[in-house]
Design a protein around this ligand. Sequence first.
Ligand code: DGL
Length: 270
Amino acid sequence: MAVGIFDSGLGGLTVYDAVARDMPEVPFVYLGDNAHTPYGVRDADDIFQLTCAGVERLWAEGCDLVVLACNTASAVALKRMQETWVPKDKRVLGVFVPLIEALTERQWGDNSPPREVAVKHVALFATPATVASRAFQRELAFRAIGVDVEAQPCGGVVDAIEEGDEILAEALVKSHVEALKRRMPHPQAAMLGCTHYPLMQRVFQEALGPAVKVYSQADLVAPSLRDYLTRRPEFLGPGTASKLLTTGDPARVSSKATQFLRRQIRFEAA
Ligand code: DGL
């Protein structure tokens, strides 16, 4: 009864960690496409092809349901995958919607018309491809009115994390927050719209200040997934083993993952 979790690299581990803790009875198979990371600077066709290949690999592990723990893939490729590619007996879900539902204080699957929400000024930090897709603004417009969104493409942060360069990642986060604040001096909330960024959450929070509420998918996806699996248990696939797979070098990826999550992580070759 396994579930697949996919990301371009290490970032989805923040989601994997949270869902595995929340549902210890479910085997999760993680696939990081570290050989092709980062996705955030690639074009839409490229992201679509790579994401489909990763999802197929997880289907082969007995995961009928795959969560794209990658905003770039969710924002750029998911709709096209669902409309043209995913067979009826499989499901692929993204991590974008739970984030927006948390901001707009909606329940999973609430399809009522958009309404006023408490938060009016929102900062979005994401990869260049996610920002360019405008998927966040589109999904938000279905649920809320009168929200001003300022999006900051955070070039370089994913590369620095994948390289294990925490000092560079920290410096880049600070400069991206400064750039955002020049355009929106007082955001009320900040959305970390890339699953790599929770690894730098402390730095985002410090740079934004204590008054800004920082939303991170690591905390938000687990309850949504649990709710989904309660309603659709048939999508718990036939796989039985939890494992972490990478298209990159398993020894190198294991060591970076261990450094960032601060506990022993062991990847196998995909
Ligand atoms: N962690 C991913 C995301 O949430 C992908 C980042 C990348 O590969 O550029 O967007």
